[in-house]
Ligand binder design. Structure first.
Ligand code: 5AD
Ligand code: SF4
Length: 458
């Protein structure tokens, strides 16, 4: 007898790495239900929009995307293919019932803490449209989610994300995350190690531990005490096959001594740190409720560079926070000049309803925000270019990830998260020494300069 065609699932993710990870886990939880992923929305029986709420107009973008998805659903339904629309992620959490009110074609709204219940929620959605689950459940979704097969894991690439922590208690005055993702929760050490081993056994070579506040992670150590992220990294580094480790996103307040020491002691821990500072002005940092000063940040960078001089730094910046003067902005520019970043994400402040900063009266005019954003972007672009240019002529280790865009090309990553393009045959998962010959806009180009240093085992 012919097997029925598998049902198809299309997930579109917006925003941060947490959403990329969540999208994969949603696919994992639906795999036993007979769903396979597709890259084409038009052939999907379930369309999930995995949304992000961090900046302005996020919800409006979702509603306009839903307009398009609704048309597709109508066409598929008319052709006799039942199609379900699911809204997941932080907009789902923040908007809840409003989504089905404004977009009646939506079958299910599910928050980031509830997607382990997708099979059950979809069954409910068979009975009635507009099922909503945005509770913060008592059970831990991770303990319920299945681990993907080795084949599926490797199909996702030799570099994987692993969520170790979720939520945030920091309440920066501009930010919605503490409201949408809830309080800080750390995953259990054993569960993390089990998942990391599963990744390694499948052939994954690089793991990035992720969390909204990843360095706030804490868990039980082997002796029943409390361990922090530095100790966790050490235990993940000991797993055979894991050649590279990273973690993101960190808060300056949670960079403890053990984490700084990990940068000194663990060769697997890559010399790249994303450490958002947001502003270089003390009065703005205070108004943002960051609970660190400019000087705290600079001294922290000194401590990290003292143990790992080749570390590359990246950061997030917000310009035009309410009350930001020319002088405050100049302090930000000055901090950037002092630190020297390899990369940075720059944002114009956007008002998020319900956050304390949205109540502040001294909002900055749009044209001032634009001017500051351009100035800051020009500065960080120049720093990034200089950082990349400094690799030309050097030989660096590259983890080969996948074929490049052109035939015969391969793409990998440097220890400093730069994309490296090669025009030679390679094997995903190998780490090869590459002499950098040129820099492009978003990548480095190079040629293999020696034998494979560390081979993909499977
Ligand atoms: N306006 C502008 N940028 C924001 N971010 C978070 N909230 C806002 C906001 N209201 C930025 C911060 C954060 C990054 C993920 O998004 O820089 O680190
Ligand atoms: Fe938002 Fe601040 Fe928490 Fe980062 S630390 S998620 S910016 S509240």
């Amino acid at each position: 007898m012919d097997r029925p065609d598998p049902k198809k699932l299309f997930v579109k993710s917006y925003g941060c790495q947490m959403n990329v990870y969540d999208a994969q886990r949603m696919a994992d939880v639906l795999a036993p239900e007979g769903f396979v992923e597709t890259q084409a929305m038009e052939e999907a029986d379930i369309v999930i929009l995995n949304t992000c709420h961090i900046r302005e107009k996020a919800a409006e973008k979702v509603y306009s995307e839903l307009g398009r998805v609704r048309e597709m659903k109508k066409a598929r339904n008319a052709a006799g293919h039942d199609t379900k629309i699911v809204v997941a992620g932080c907009v789902a959490q923040a908007e809840g019932v409003e989504i089905v009110r404004r977009s009646p074609a939506v079958d299910l709204v599910v928050g980031p803490q509830n997607y382990h219940r997708l099979p059950d929620l979809l069954k409910q959605a068979e009975q009635r449209r507009g099922v909503i689950d945005t509770d913060f459940p008592v059970e831990d979704k991770f303990s319920v989610l299945p681990l993907p097969s080795a084949k599926k894991t490797l199909a996702r690439g030799v570099s994987a994300f692993l969520t170790v922590q979720e939520g945030c208690d920091k309440f920066c005055t501009f930010c919605v995350v503490p409201y949408t993702r809830g309080a800080e929760v750390s995953r259990d050490t054993d569960a993390i190690l089990r998942e990391a081993r599963n990744l390694a056994e499948a052939g994954v070579r690089e793991i990035t531990l992720i969390g909204q506040n990843v360095n706030a992670w804490h868990g039980a150590d082997e002796k029943g005490g409390v361990s922090t992220l530095g100790a966790l990294l050490e235990r993940v580094a000991a797993i055979p096959g894991i050649a590279r480790l990273r973690y993101t996103t960190s808060h300056p307040r949670d960079m403890d001594d053990s984490l700084v020491a990990a940068h000194r002691d663990l060769p697997q821990l890559m010399p790249y740190l994303h450490l958002p500072v947001q502003s270089g002005s003390d009065s703005i940092l205070d108004a943002m409720n960051r609970k660190h000063t400019r000087d705290d940040y600079l001294r922290l960078i000194d401590r990290i560079r003292a143990v790992r001089p080749d570390i590359a730094l990246s950061s997030d910046f917000i310009v035009g926070f309410p009350g930001e003067t020319d002088r405050d902005f100049e302090d930000t520019m000055d901090l950037v000049r002092q630190v020297g970043f390899a990369a940075a994400y720059t944002f114009k402040y956007s008002e998020r309803p319900g956050t304390p900063a949205a109540e502040l009266t001294a909002q900055i005019p749009e044209h001032v925000k634009n001017d500051r954003l351009y100035a800051l972007q020009a500065l960080v672009a120049a720093q990034q270019k200089a950082f990349n240019a400094a690799t030309v002529g050097k030989t660096i280790d590259v983890l080969i990830e996948k074929p490049g865009r052109d035939p015969g090309q391969w793409m990998g990553k440097s220890p400093w998260l730069q994309a490296v393009i090669l025009d030679e045959p390679c094997r995903a998962g190998d780490i090869v020494p590459v002499e950098i010959t040129a820099i492009g806009t978003n990548s480095l180009h190079g040629r293999i300069a020696g034998p494979v240093r560390s081979a993909h085992l499977s």
